[in-house]
Design a binder for this molecule. Structure first.
Ligand code: PMV
Length: 353
């Protein structure tokens, strides 16, 4: 298993019932269960990894930037990645150090869920490089410990992450509700108003909202109920109620953020314009043909059906200015790539660029 370079590709997911607030910060255990769609490879993370005795220190390159995983001062995501890599290494019995090289095809830390595809692709690639016979559920638990939303990117289609109740998090993992083939018409059109990084990271946001918002206590139960109703709408392929519940969930989550003191405001004027424009579009159609939902950032995700794609793109086109519109269908979770796609040179065990 040592010296075997493995390359994988994985994708972000977009939550329809969002995860916000943790009952355990160290293990990323959520206050509520969540539901998402895994996006296709229009947005992707490519990750190469090798474990080798020739490597002296664990290191990860993310979009060309090197992070020494053994350095004392680490950003939080790096510390968590190191902990999960250590765990996987001990499960496999090797002591070899790791080189990881990862690239996102889309802007990072802007509310486009780059951390979900980063975490899921990393644990998937590491399990393959180490020859671990881990199930999707076990990988989901590992990915969750790097980035909560990452737990949902190991599977395709509609995915539910059950919050669980055990203190060790062994019952907090994701499972497929319906595969990407069940209702493939559902897609995500993303208006990227800005590619600049968010002011409050999602880790800080989870924590501050839970501690400071007086409204937050209402959210976990509300989210849990909505998740059941949304799963029913998905099983019935009933878009109208699904769309309303998606918008209500986003509004509810961002209301708790605004109620935090000092307030957390991920939405900006363009986000609000998109919200109004979608309500207008739905009204003029006489039914819900599109639903907005915002992660921890101002960029609008618009969940719609393929047959309405051009209408939604037209509407967003008028708002976007110098921004960019991305469109993604549903994907099937991480998969391996061939040697020619590697980001690590096989002979030197160094990044290819
Ligand atoms: O996984 P994190 O800590 O980046 O938090 C993600 C939070 C949201 O994107 C806002 C919602 C979600 O469920 O993905």
């Amino acid at each position: 298993m040592d010296d075997k370079v493995v390359t994988a590709i994985g994708t972000p997911n977009k939550a329809l019932v969002m995860y916000w607030g943790k009952r355990n910060n160290r293990l990323n255990l959520p206050m509520n269960s969540s539901l998402s769609i895994t996006l296709d490879e229009s947005l992707n993370t490519r990750t190469s990894i090798v474990f080798s005795k020739k490597i002296k220190r664990d290191a990860i390159y993310v979009n060309g930037e090197k992070h020494d995983l053994e350095a004392r001062a680490q950003n939080e995501k790096m510390m968590l990645s190191k902990r999960v890599i250590d765990r996987m290494r001990s499960l496999s019995g090797t002591k070899a150090k790791a080189l990881i090289v990862s690239r996102n095809s889309f802007p990072t830390s802007t509310g486009l869920a780059s951390s979900s595809s980063g975490a899921a692709t990393l644990v998937f690639a590491a399990s393959q490089a180490l020859g671990l016979k881990a199930s999707a559920r076990e990988l989901s638990i590992l990915a969750r410990q790097i980035s909560g939303s990452g737990s949902r990117s190991l599977m395709g289609g509609f995915v539910k992450w059950t919050k669980g109740s055990k203190p060790d998090g062994s019952d907090s993992y994701a499972e497929q509700v319906a595969s990407e083939k069940y209702w493939p018409e559902v897609m995500d059109i993303i208006a990227v108003f800005t590619a600049s990084k968010k002011k409050v990271s999602s880790s800080e946001g989870h924590d501050l909202t839970l501690k400071q918002s007086k409204l937050y206590f209402l959210r976990p139960e509300y989210a849990e109920d909505r998740l059941e109703a949304m799963s029913d709408a998905i099983r019935a392929r009933d878009f109208e109620p699904l769309a309303e519940m998606i918008m209500r969930d986003s509004n509810n989550m961002h209301a708790t953020m605004l109620d935090t003191y000092p307030p957390i405001m991920y939405l900006d004027d363009r986000s609000r314009e998109a919200i109004y424009a979608i309500h207008e579009l739905n009204q003029s159609e006489g039914k819900n043909i599109a639903a907005y939902t915002f992660d921890a950032g101002p960029n609008a995700h618009v969940i719609t059906l393929r047959k309405y794609k051009s209408k939604v793109m037209g509407m967003l086109g008028e708002l976007i200015g110098d921004g960019k519109i991305l469109a993604a269908g549903q994907g099937s979770g991480p998969r391996l790539l061939g040697e020619s796609e590697s980001l690590i040179d096989y002979r030197s065990l160094k990044p290819t660029e």
